[in-house]
Unconditional design. Structure first.
Length: 710
């Protein structure tokens, strides 16, 4: 059934009419959920689009609902599929929390009918999508004919957030009330029939260390996407929207790459006459277990008269990173042709199974355990040490043993599944804390705070400061040097580092924190409140708004700086140099080992300097003078107090001989009232840079007074 989206305008007939309308929407959604809200205002807020300025919008609830749905679905998938690896679990979760999925949930349950908004442009997009969904017969995972409007997914997440808060942040109760709206849950069988081509493409190339670039442009009424691998053009496709063009191009690229990258399995020392009973069925089951596509059998050669047919068969398996290929030999048997074909297929399947065994054996034979494992051999000591650190005794010690086992340590189950679940548990726990601790922050600010508190850089430092890295088992010798170098660098840090220090954080350290978090979460029977009470103190100090605004993300700063002047920023990984390069309008500005370091270098090259002074602002001395004493420090402190990014100073003019240089400096700030509008003023000409900065800061403070911002 098609539901038109009904816009609400501020010009209602009366205040009573407005209350009646939103009250009717609240009752309708409560009936849909079969749940009566304790706090109806929460649901009213969840049904209010940002364009409707008469009331608080759904954005904060959407932020929380996104995290709640992520962990709730992670719980379901983790428990329902104990044999899936974290990569497969991630694909399943993505399919179940995607914009495409949630938008269909909104349409099929008619949630979009109850949203208050004044953005009339939404109606056409939602109506077009709703009509397209009406024509769909099967579950659509990765996008249909019409791109899903994000506003529909936002509605689902905001209502989810409202239910979650109204349930007193109880995830179990929340899922009982909300979970059925998401049915049917996308299962592995559906996902296998509809694999995500872009994800598959990145996984395929990442394993071989090749860079994938997807470039977009628009021609007439079509969006075009082109795929480049290692700088070489592979495929392109077009569609009515950008996302579908990317999907189609990725599918074509996968076809071409899989054809060009066949790997013949060496069967030279395998007895070709040895037939494994039920080989075809066994190979089919193996592919299913490994989540590979089904084997592809072909008759590659056929010769001889009908009564003496001779066949050569082949079998191919796409293992994601390689296509394995086995070709049988030519033989003739005194039997009917169909029987002979089946025999040849069985022999090919047998050869493939033998070849896979041979490949696996070679990997094991070439494997050499790393040194320095003596301190990890007694896992029971490590378990006791971590329990003491957590001040918590595990009911299931094996959970913690698994959490402290790297994937290179093949003698026991590794931490990867626990890491996957721990990541979601930390995400929601931190979201709960930030949502409650900062009721006035906007969702964008909350997202930045959550990212800062769950980033690889943050969690890696937690691992080092709590010495968790001393207790995990591994056979990857390269890790020891990386961890040691990072640990030494962390010891030299004086303050909280948000976006990365002198040495890049090894991801394995963050993985350990997440895996231990996952172990605690499961041992607490998936009770997030108990989990946070045990694990939360390890993350202290929590990165707060003051810390974050003193250390804005370099990539964000660079993009905002260049966007203001209409310049385009591109980050590219250079294969030959093995580094990340920053280009502004096509010109190379800087390069470094990571994007963050490259952005920092680019900011320096673009003459952005940071001011680290701190003091309380005394406004009493500002009024009535032209030059304000200590203006630069006062402006810096003002920006911190107002939750604005730090001021940017730049040289506008430099003149005079070397011994009598004169400077004019400018200062620029971004105020929270209009995130895309900057204030920029120039100071007076001075003989010293410090005085020129102070002059610019004085004029900026004057300008802020005129605008009544202070």
């Amino acid at each position: 059934m098609y539901y038109p989206i009904v816009p609400y305008t501020p010009a209602m007939d009366s205040a009573a009419d407005e209350i009646t309308d939103i009250s009717g929407s609240v009752r309708a959604v409560e009936n849909l959920l079969e749940y009566s809200f304790n706090n109806k205002t929460l649901l009213e807020e969840a049904l209010t689009h940002p364009s409707y300025t008469e009331s608080a919008s759904y954005q904060r609830l959407e932020f929380l609902g996104d995290a709640a749905l992520g962990l709730a679905l992670s719980n379901v998938l983790f428990l329902a599929h104990p044999n899936l690896d974290p990569g497969q679990l991630s694909l399943l979760r993505s399919a179940n929390v995607s914009t495409e999925k949630f938008a269909r949930v909104a349409v099929r349950h008619g949630l979009h009918r109850y949203v208050r908004h004044t953005a009339t442009a939404l109606d056409e997009k939602v109506n077009e999508f709703a009509l397209a969904v009406q024509e769909e017969e099967d579950t659509v995972v990765h996008g249909g004919d019409v791109k899903a409007p994000k506003v529909l997914a936002d509605i689902v997440e905001s209502v989810a957030g409202a239910v979650y808060v109204d349930c007193n942040f109880d995830l179990r109760v929340f899922w009982e009330k909300f979970g059925r709206l998401l049915e049917p849950i996308v299962e592995p069988e559906i996902l296998q029939k509809q694999p995500q081509p872009v994800t598959m493409l990145y996984e395929l190339c990442h394993k071989d260390g090749r860079q994938v670039d997807i470039k977009h442009w628009r021609k007439r009424e079509k969006d075009i996407a082109s795929i480049y691998v290692g700088g070489q053009f592979i495929a392109s496709a077009s569609s009515e929207n950008k996302e579908n063009a990317k999907l189609h191009a990725a599918r074509e690229a996968l076809k071409k790459l899989c054809v060009s990258e066949k790997m013949d399995v060496d069967c030279s020392d395998i007895d070709g006459t040895t037939k494994i009973d039920g080989a075809k069925q066994k190979l089919h089951e193996l592919c299913g277990k490994k989540r590979w596509p089904k084997p592809c059998y072909r008759i590659v050669e056929e010769s001889g008269p009908f009564h003496e047919k001779r066949y050569v068969c082949s079998v191919e398996i796409n293992t994601v990173n390689k296509v394995l290929h086995v070709k049988g030999d030519e033989k003739s048997r005194e039997m009917k042709s169909p029987e002979l074909k089946m025999l040849k297929i069985t022999v090919c399947a047998s050869l493939m199974l033998r070849g896979l065994q041979k490949i696996h054996k070679r990997i094991i034979e070439n494997y050499t355990p790393g040194p320095g494992e003596d301190y990890r051999t007694d896992i029971s000591d490590s378990v006791r040490a971590v329990e003491k650190l957590l001040d918590y005794s595990f009911k299931s010690k094996r959970l913690l043993e698994e959490a402290l086992t790297h994937s290179s340590y093949t003698d026991s189950a590794s931490y990867q599944r626990l890491e996957w679940l721990g990541d979601s548990a930390l995400g929601l726990a931190v979201s709960n804390f930030l949502f409650s601790a900062h009721p006035d922050l906007q969702p964008g600010q909350l997202s930045l705070l959550r990212s800062a508190n769950t980033s690889t850089e943050k969690l890696a430092r937690v691992a080092v400061l709590c010495r968790l890295h001393c207790y995990f088992r591994h056979y990857a010798t390269a890790l020891d040097g990386q961890v040691r170098e990072f640990a030494l660098a962390v010891q030299e840090e004086d303050d909280t580092v948000v976006h990365g220090g002198a040495v890049r954080a090894p991801k394995v350290l963050a993985d350990i924190v997440e895996s231990v978090a996952g172990a605690v979460y499961i041992d607490c029977k998936l009770d997030l409140k108990v989990f946070w009470a045990i694990f939360g103190r390890l993350l202290e100090p929590i990165v707060d708004p003051e810390t974050l605004w003193k250390q804005p993300h370099p990539v964000t700063l660079l993009n905002e700086l260049c966007q203001k002047d209409g310049r385009k920023v591109d980050f590219k990984f250079r294969e030959e140099e093995k580094d990340n390069a920053v280009y502004v309008d096509g010109e190379l500005i800087a390069s470094a080992s990571s994007e963050i370091q490259a952005a920092r270098a680019a900011l320096k090259n673009l003459c952005l300097y940071e001011c680290n002074s701190k003091m309380d602002v005394d406004y009493s001395c500002i009024y009535g003078t032209t030059e304000i004493e200590g203006a630069k420090q006062k402006l810096h402190a003002l920006c911190g107090k107002k939750r604005w990014p730090k001021p940017y100073y730049g040289t506008v003019k430099e003149s005079g001989p070397f011994h009598e240089r004169r400077y004019v400096r400018s200062v620029e700030i971004k105020t929270a009232e209009n995130v895309w509008s900057n204030l920029c003023v120039e100071g007076e000409e001075k003989s010293r840079l410090r005085d020129a900065d102070n002059s610019a800061a004085s004029w900026m403070i004057r300008r802020l007074q005129e605008l009544k911002k202070i």
